[in-house]
Design a protein around this ligand. Structure first.
Ligand code: M6R
Length: 359
């Protein structure tokens, strides 16, 4: 049932061109979702989730602010639950959960609803508790995810949040139909672009052989790709048990820079987007302290090449909003290979449950 793959995690990483395609089609078969009517009344948005779903929420916030133009915060469900965050009937809670069974996410949503907020859930499992406890549901179409590490469901959550933001932006008059279609035409190339990244698998495995013995890793990104740095670090901790930290690159000099020496690999997500030059300055700072630079980039600039000890190539995208979906794939593969080289049980890492139904 692993379809010829050694582990479910690897199978699920490779399924992404298909699950992205299915999630896009699923989204378009649900354009009459009543949430798009409700969105006209909404004044603030709160995204709640745990783990990888929380990271999807952090990326989603950028898209919602840009296209829907409604102030948005993102919080860990386990924190949101125990705070007195003011909500009312003009608040939309977006609860993101692969399983739809995560206790903290569910109970945050239930409590907020009692205080008259509206709840939209983004879930993968049809008929799950959270989907039944929400006012509106948008599904991701990934089929079952068996590996404890979330992979294909993360990219599907991202696609869903991007499409939701575009559609909600259209409904609120921030986007024309033409602009919406232009984005759509870029988005439908994603399965192909993800396939291109999967072709880097061998090269990524070779890099993994160089660094599987280190004690710590740092992941850096900016803007839309900063949550991807967090996600890379989470994946590595979860399945390889190597300590890793993800940081917004601009925060590095406020503390983590002290960690950098010649033994520390620093994975830099540095797509050719509007923050490219800012990332380059951060990479220079890493190099000046002899850190090992692993760049994930579509840039061919000699400057970046000279600063990087290793480069993982990603394809360029038409629209920089799509970079997070492309740039997370190499991190999934990198962490997978490091963990398997170390002989870890990637599908069932120690101490972890696929679904956390306890509080
Ligand atoms: O089912 P959920 O999306 O609510 O699960 C949330 C987290 O428990 C989950 O994403 C966890 O962090 C993953 N194991 C990460 O790979």
């Amino acid at each position: 049932e692993k379809g010829g793959f050694k582990h479910f995690m690897l199978k699920e990483i490779y399924e992404q061109p298909k699950t992205i395609t299915d999630t896009i089609s699923g989204f378009f078969s649900d354009l009459n979702n009543p949430v798009y009517n409700e969105i006209k009344n909404i004044q603030n948005i709160v995204i709640i989730a745990c783990g990888t779903s929380y990271h999807a929420g952090l990326v989603g916030k950028f898209w919602i602010e840009k296209f829907v133009k409604i102030p948005t915060i993102v919080d860990y469900a386990s924190e949101f639950r125990y705070r007195d965050f003011p909500v009312n009937e003009k608040t939309l809670i977006i609860a993101i959960s692969q399983s739809g069974e995560t206790a903290d996410t569910r109970f945050s949503a239930i409590d907020a609803r009692k205080k008259s907020a509206k709840v939209l859930s983004i879930v993968n499992v049809v008929g799950s508790s959270l989907s039944r406890e929400s006012d509106f549901v948008i599904y991701t179409y990934c089929g079952p995810e068996i590996g404890v590490a979330a992979t294909k469901t993360f990219t599907a959550q991202l696609i869903t949040l991007l499409l939701f933001s575009l559609k909600a932006g259209l409904e609120r008059g921030n986007l024309t139909q033409e602009e919406f279609e232009k984005y759509y035409n870029d988005i439908i190339h994603l399965p192909h672009l993800v396939n291109e990244v999967l072709k880097q698998d061998k090269a990524i495995e070779e890099i993994s052989y160089k660094y599987h013995n280190v004690k710590d890793f740092l992941f850096l990104g900016r803007g839309l790709n900063y949550p991807i740095a967090l996600e890379g670090a989470l994946k590595l901790k979860e399945i390889s048990y190597i300590h890793a930290e993800g940081y917004p690159a601009g925060e590095m000099k406020h503390g983590p820079i002290a960690l950098i020496d010649e033994n520390l690999p620093v994975v830099c997500i540095v797509p050719k987007d509007s923050l490219y030059e800012k990332m380059i300055s951060n990479i220079q700072e890493v190099k000046a302290r002899k850190g090992i630079v692993i760049s994930v980039s579509d840039s061919q600039d000699s400057h970046l090449l000279s600063l990087s000890d290793n480069i993982i190539k990603i394809p360029s995208v038409e629209n920089e909003n799509l970079y997070p979906i492309v740039s997370v794939i190499p991190l999934q593969l990198l962490t997978y290979h490091i963990a398997t080289i170390l002989g870890k049980d990637v599908d069932q890492p120690r101490n972890l449950a696929k679904t956390v139904t306890v509080e």
